[in-house]
Design a protein around this ligand. Structure first.
Ligand SMILES: [Zn+2]
Length: 813
């Protein structure tokens, strides 16, 4: 899986030009009317003032308006929600930890944001206007001010309309406050325009960043994002129900979707969602749904108001898509209450790739959802007879009625996502124990199959695919279905043995046009490239690593997502690296015994990628730690996500496994402890979300005594320095001396750790070189900072010392 591009909370905020559907325009309900007022807002000529020495603080955000002119917006339902300032102001924002200060430094040149600005746009849901009254004096030349800034203000107001609507429709018990929302767009003197948000509906309430452009594409760079210390969040009673859509008020427990696929690519669908309210007070819930699908109605007990957005001019959000629909409930929810919603929608989300291959462009957002979360799915599809449909769940019926095929698929257990694919497939089967692996391959590769390889891509579910992920001229190739079936069965068998049983009765593998692959619950979408044989791949002039990737790794990787990513979910964007690194390292483990050279080649490739520079910019590793997730894709290092999450992530798993292995070198199976940790995790977190902290704790619980650092059964040193860091150090030895005393030989010396921070701690294995035989393991030394002295017993035959000859520690190439 590749990135979850979407900083969805942000997307929600910046959502919404035009396109407000819902009830017909002349019959807009109260929520839709309110939404439009919030969106189409102007400055009030009667509210233009001089202002001096005023501080606007929210948690870690300190904004000062030194002197200038400020105009406030018209009121909406008696509230003033916007302002525009011109003059001299400054912002001070101190990120709370090393990771966020590092990110801030990458983008702004300093770990702390301290910047003067000349204009500021503000949006808020609180009493800012009332609070500022004492500091306001009548202004002159109000007409010029308004003429200059009114258009900008109006344009920016679109950005926060939906987020504000969520707060303003809130009807908490006994007037409870819904929390706080604030947005500032500041024109920085040094840094240009940038945005700061404070939003108690987000898990990380403080967000600061900037829109930038790379090769014509917009990227929103997140400079820093973190949880405020005292955010004043309304307690939901269910703190876990915060997804990338923000703090959800509802949870989907079951979803029934009836889909009619009309030739050639149209889809008409009705989705019936069973939901449970997770807190009281909310009247609005935002769902994800592809913008290519138009909602015609949302029904509760009665027709409901909804807001669906089509497009957004400019910005990261336009590129990433604005795939949201907000539903307004007739009354505030009570925590625990059940409700049903029925969405009707139509649109074109299927593309014909040729050779009998269809392609669902919208992936996981072809039905309304609240992000990956476990629920039961009951899917029914109607489609032209002669085509084959494959979906998540178990097929419980299939019939042909009046020239149309109808098939129904029911999930065998709650699954995080539902998906399908459609094609004129040939089916091949293989077995892995009790599990059937079914391959659904087309008669050829797609008509757009390229002569030269496109970049291999692996994307997480719910990410819509861009049209450019498919490309030009045909090769007359026949998919290698049998080989794919065998390789998938081998991987499935390996993972079942090490991580616990495969959760479904069958694994369906369906051919996917282009270089994209995805692993869904019981359903793998596998790139056409993986269906080529070795000779065919050769004609495409793939690199050694791409050959390995499409020849072996990608199938095993997507199959491993059945365990890591589907059965066990990730908790937040900061934990998605776990799903990718575990899936990728599991895939390498399945390959290791058979192809040790390929295993090494992959790790070597990842190491080189991390050191590679992006044009004249910094090396990829500097994009940040794996825990930044999608934020690693930035205008500074647009390709860093894969390199860090996959490359570094895989190395982190390798380092952990090798540390555990060395501790148990004399055990019958030195890998048993590491595998045990993984299979325990899989069992404990089955159907739940795993965080980086959970992962650390599980490893620490199983930590061998020899890996205690400073006497503590803790891996804090590894997670602080390596997981939440960007280290790519080098190691050297100095002052090595062998001494013989009382019939024993010892070696002393200093281990140098270079190109790393002074606080980095690394467990480094040292070996003795012995004439005529392989290096002999002596032990591990904790390199603690730049220089560490060591003392080790060595065999009498030792001639020298060598650092980590089998490359178990990630180092600079
Ligand atoms: Zn993946």
């Amino acid at each position: 899986m590749r990135r979850r591009f979407l900083q969805l909370a942000l997307l929600l905020i910046a959502t919404a030009t035009g396109g407000a559907a819902g009830l017909p325009a002349d019959n807009a309900g109260p929520a839709l009317t309110l939404y439009r007022q919030l969106r189409d807002l102007g400055l009030d000529p009667a509210r233009v003032y001089r202002i001096r020495d005023v501080g606007l603080d929210h948690a870690a955000i300190h904004i000062t308006l030194n002197s200038g002119t400020i105009a406030f917006s018209h009121s909406v339902e008696g509230r003033v929600t916007g302002a525009f300032f011109e003059g001299d102001g400054e912002i001070l924002l101190v990120p709370p930890n090393q990771v966020e200060r590092g990110s801030m430094a990458l983008f702004s040149g300093a770990p702390i944001l301290e910047e003067r600005f000349s204009t500021a746009f503000f949006r808020f849901n609180d009493d800012t206007f009332e609070r500022l009254q004492p500091a306001l004096r009548p202004a002159d030349e109000t007409a010029e001010f308004l003429a200059r800034w009114e258009p900008t203000f109006r344009e920016l107001c679109v950005t926060d309309a939906l987020a504000l609507l969520r707060f303003l429709t809130w009807q908490g018990p006994s007037g409870a406050s819904p929390g706080t929302f604030g947005h500032a767009r500041l024109a920085g003197q040094r840094l240009g325009p940038f945005d700061v948000w404070f939003d108690t509906e987000n898990a990380e309430q403080v967000l600061v960043g900037q829109n930038n452009e790379v090769n014509g594409a917009q990227i929103f760079d997140v400079w820093a994002s973190f949880a405020a210390r005292n955010p004043g969040v309304v307690q939901s009673g269910e703190p876990e129900n915060v997804t990338e859509l923000g703090r959800n008020s509802l949870r989907i427990t079951a979803e029934k979707i009836r889909t009619h696929i009309v030739p050639s690519h149209e889809m008409e669908a009705e989705a019936q969602l069973t939901l449970q309210a997770t807190r009281s007070g909310a009247r609005m819930q935002v769902f994800e749904l592809s913008r290519y699908l138009k909602v015609s109605s949302v029904m509760g007990d009665t027709p409901l108001e909804f807001i669906q957005n089509e497009s957004l001019a400019g910005g990261d959000l336009a590129r990433r898509g604005n795939d949201l629909v907000a539903v307004i409930l007739p009354r505030p929810l009570r925590a625990g209450e059940q409700l049903e919603l029925r969405f009707k929608y139509t649109g074109s989300v299927l593309s014909d790739a040729g050779s009998g291959l269809m392609y669902v462009g919208a992936r996981g957002i072809w039905y309304p959802n609240l992000g990956p979360a476990m629920s039961d799915f009951d899917l029914e599809f109607r489609y032209p007879a002669g085509w084959t449909l494959v979906a998540t769940g178990r097929r419980v019926s299939e019939e042909t009625v009046a020239g149309e095929a109808i098939s129904r698929w029911v999930s065998e257990r709650p699954i995080p996502l539902a998906g399908f694919n459609l094609g004129k497939y040939r089916t091949t089967r293989a077995r892995a124990g009790e599990t059937v692996v079914e391959i659904f391959a087309a008669r050829g590769v797609e008509k757009s199959f390229p002569e030269a390889a496109a970049k291999p891509i692996d994307i997480p579910p719910l990410t819509p695919l861009a049209p450019n992920m498919m490309a030009p001229p045909p090769l007359a190739l026949a998919p290698e279905s049998q080989a794919v079936a065998q390789r998938s069965a081998h991987a499935l068998d390996f993972f079942s043995r090490h991580f616990g049983p495969f959760p479904y009765s069958t694994l369906e593998v369906t051919q996917m046009p282009g270089p994209v692959s995805q692993g869904w619950p019981g359903l793998v979408f596998l790139s056409s490239y993986a269906f080529l044989n070795a000779a065919e791949r050769e004609r495409l002039h793939l690199s050694k690593y791409e050959n390995l990737l499409f020849g072996d790794l990608v199938q095993a990787h997507e199959t491993a997502h059945q365990w890591w990513g589907d059965a066990v979910l990730w908790k937040s964007y900061r934990d998605i690296w776990l799903a990718e690194a575990l899936a990728n390292y599991s895939a390498l483990l399945a390959l290791e015994t058979e192809k040790p050279d390929a295993f090494r080649a992959a790790l070597e490739q990842y190491r080189r990628d991390l050191a590679r520079r992006w044009h004249d910019g910094p090396p990829m590793k500097d994009a940040g730690p794996v825990t930044l997730g999608h934020r690693l894709t930035s205008s500074r290092l647009p390709e860093a996500y894969e390199v860090v999450v996959y490359g570094r992530g895989t190395w982190l798993m390798h380092m952990l496994r090798e540390m555990f292995r060395d501790a148990d070198r004399d055990a019958p199976d030195p890998d048993a402890r590491f595998y045990q940790v993984l299979s325990d995790l899989r069992e404990r977190f089955d159907g739940r979300s795993l965080s980086t902290e959970d992962f650390q704790k599980a490893l620490e619980d199983a930590l061998p005594a020899s890996l205690s650092f400073e006497g503590k059964k803790s891996l804090a040193w590894f997670f602080d320095g390596w997981v939440n860091g960007t280290a790519l150090p080098r190691f050297q030895l100095s002052g090595v001396r062998f001494t013989r005393k009382n019939g024993k030989t010892v070696v002393t010396g200093t281990l140098l750790q270079k190109d790393a921070s002074n606080t980095l701690v690394t467990s480094v294995p040292l070996y003795a070189t012995i004439h005529g035989s392989k290096p002999e393991y002596l032990g591990r030394v904790f390199a603690d900072g730049p220089e560490t002295e060591f003392y080790l017993a060595v065999p009498a035959a030792a001639r020298g010392l060598v650092i980590d000859p089998y490359q178990t520690v990630l180092t600079r190439p």
